[in-house]
Design a protein around this ligand. Structure first.
Ligand code: SF4
Ligand code: SF4
Length: 560
């Protein structure tokens, strides 16, 4: 205490003077005179600004001199970042490994392309004759053969077309070394499907130049002709440039589940409605930090960020103005995490849903305040070890039950609601497309793996999301008010395994996949198991709580 008293505090001195009457109360005001600059300085020529930004500003940041050398300008004053500047960011040297493609094993399923959070692995289907002509133009025979090895003959794009008497296309998978963060998510996804067409290899001195050469060829070979994009195979959407509206170069963590969900939402919206027909209002959270780290913007669509708590309210203003201008066909998405949507911005979300306005919401549910260091939110699972709900001798982790926001959303007037994950590619895409078609409020809540906060490896985003669904931790559902008057007509649990049962069992072993099986695979529940692997009382309670939630969904869907 004595030490604290001896700390100099200028306010104490000021207070003494104020009490003595030698100094007036209130802080002294600093007054600076200034004149408004000529009008021209405040004007922004957008075209010139974008060109200048991409060269001078990005150039200065790439050289590491941005903060020291760049003066403030009108664009910065208005918080403007031109679209797609993330494409100019170079992550070539942040990871020791990179995926290598084996064309003999690839079937062209596009799952790796869909699940990569960083738009770092892309696919194309190019008709054989066109591809041969492009390959023949490569002067160096060795390089030509190494590029040829990136192209696969698949049933889907080649044999099916040849059988119909049409020209088959070769399917190529290419990794952009400037965007790849080495998370190995693509490898894990391909392996889990049983194809094993990708593996991680160590980078050596030749790796980056070789991958750059391959990727340059991929860029110049032209787009996939529309005839080879099967609109019923939803994963094919990312063959189209219209679907690639998130260019990578964002500062998200390796393997981030949120970034994949955002890319896929944009893919389904852009592919169906056109790249010009999308806008985003983002609620503060991880997504706004990695999505707008100056000067890098991964979005090719209009994007704005206001506050943690008011993104749905901002969106209502944007929607109203768009409608005034006759832009009813444009799709407006609000993006926010569980902190923003379950907690801090819940009232604004509820108000938006009650308004009936045609606005879609993508909730990135990481079950924790990921951006501020992992504090518990109302989406946090019972028993989860999170800041503000730690597991220790005196406390068992999160005690409360999880709030089910998707269920609450269903009780708002005529609101479309889906609960899904990016690992369930068809379910996810159908939910996004239905939300876009629905002429009113739509909420798509997505389970998004947060590797650091969940305590899982960087390549586990998809498989943990699948396990969350299989174990009833986060069941899939779609609720469409157009399907009937009764809840059971509107609510579909299709996509969940063993939909009539309490728990799903592994087909080979018969082992029950319950919440404890899920919790056993994640660091955030590690302290809920003793040295022999027995679950705590809290975890047994959490298991029961998840089962009750699943049964409630079954009941609402008319299954129980
Ligand atoms: S996931 Fe595997 S099989 Fe599917 S497109 Fe990618 S590399 Fe080919
Ligand atoms: S390793 Fe990760 S970042 Fe790189 S291509 Fe695969 S999924 Fe994308």
């Amino acid at each position: 205490m004595a030490d604290q008293q001896s700390v100099y505090n200028p306010l104490d001195e000021e207070h003494v003077e104020q009490v003595a009457g030698t100094k007036p109360r209130g802080l002294e005001k600093e007054i600076h005179e200034g004149a408004l600059p000529p009008v021209g300085v405040l004007e922004l020529n957008l075209e010139r600004y974008v060109g200048d930004f991409n060269e001078r500003i990005i150039g200065a940041y790439a050289a590491g001199t941005g903060e020291r050398s760049l003066p403030a300008d009108v664009g910065v004053a208005r918080s403007l970042i031109p679209p797609g500047t993330g494409a100019l960011r170079d992550f070539s040297y942040i990871a020791p490994e990179i995926p290598l493609f084996d064309h003999t094993k690839c079937v062209g399923c596009m799952s790796c392309v869909t699940e990569c959070p960083d738009t770092a692995i892309l696919g194309k289907a190019i008709p054989r004759s066109h591809l041969e002509a492009e390959l023949n133009a490569v002067a160096d025979p060795q390089e030509r053969e190494s590029i040829r090895a990136q192209w696969a003959v698949t049933r889907k794009y080649y044999e099916v077309f040849e059988k119909k008497g049409e020209e088959g296309a070769l399917f190529g998978i290419f990794v952009d070394p400037t965007k790849c963060k080495g998370c190995a998510e693509c490898v894990e996804v391909c392996d889990s499907l049983g194809y094993h067409a990708l593996r991680m290899v160590k980078k050596d001195e030749q790796t980056i130049p070789r991958y750059r050469g391959w990727f340059n060829f991929f860029r110049q070979v032209g787009p996939t002709p529309r005839a080879y994009i099967n609109e019923r195979a939803l994963a094919d959407m990312m063959l189209s440039d219209d679907a690639l509206l998130y260019v990578g170069g964002a500062g998200s963590c390796m393997g981030c589940g949120e970034a994949t969900a955002i890319r896929m939402m944009l893919a389904a919206t852009g592919f169906v409605h056109g790249a010009e027909a999308v806008g985003i209002v983002a609620a503060t959270g991880c997504n706004t930090v990695y999505g707008s780290t100056y000067p890098y913007n991964p979005f090719l669509v209009p994007w704005t960020n206001s506050l943690f708590e008011n993104a749905p309210a901002v969106a209502m203003g944007v929607r109203a103005r768009w409608d005034q201008r006759g832009w009813q066909q444009k799709k407006l998405w609000v993006i926010g995490g569980d902190g923003a949507m379950y907690d801090i911005g819940f009232q604004a979300l509820s108000r938006m849903m009650a308004s009936g306005m045609d606005i879609n919401v993508l909730i990135l549910d990481t079950q924790v305040y990921s951006n501020t260091g992992g504090q518990a939110s109302t989406a946090t699972f019972t028993g989860q070890d999170a800041k503000m709900a730690v597991v220790g001798k005196a406390a068992p982790g999160k005690r409360e039950r999880r709030k089910e926001l998707a269920l609450i959303a269903m009780m708002h007037p005529d609101t479309f609601v889906a609960q899904t994950t990016a690992a369930h590619i068809n379910h996810f895409y159908r939910a996004i497309m239905a939300a876009n078609e629905y002429p009113g409020p739509a909420v798509v809540s997505v389970y998004t793996t947060c590797e650091p906060e969940h305590g899982v490896a960087d390549d586990r985003s998809s498989c943990q999301a699948k396990l969350a669904v299989d174990s009833r931790a986060f069941p899939l559902f779609a609720y469409d008010p157009r399907k009937g008057e009764r809840i059971k007509e509107r609510l579909s649990l299709a996509g969940n395994p063993a939909v009539n049962d309490d728990w799903y069992r592994l087909p080979n072993t018969g082992e029950v996949v319950d919440f404890i099986a899920f919790a056993r695979t994640e660091g955030r529940f590690a302290k809920q198991f003793d040295v022999e692997g027995r679950p705590s009382e809290t975890l047994l309670y959490a298991r029961e709580e998840r089962l009750q939630y699943w049964r409630r969904l079954q009941e609402l869907a008319g299954i129980r």
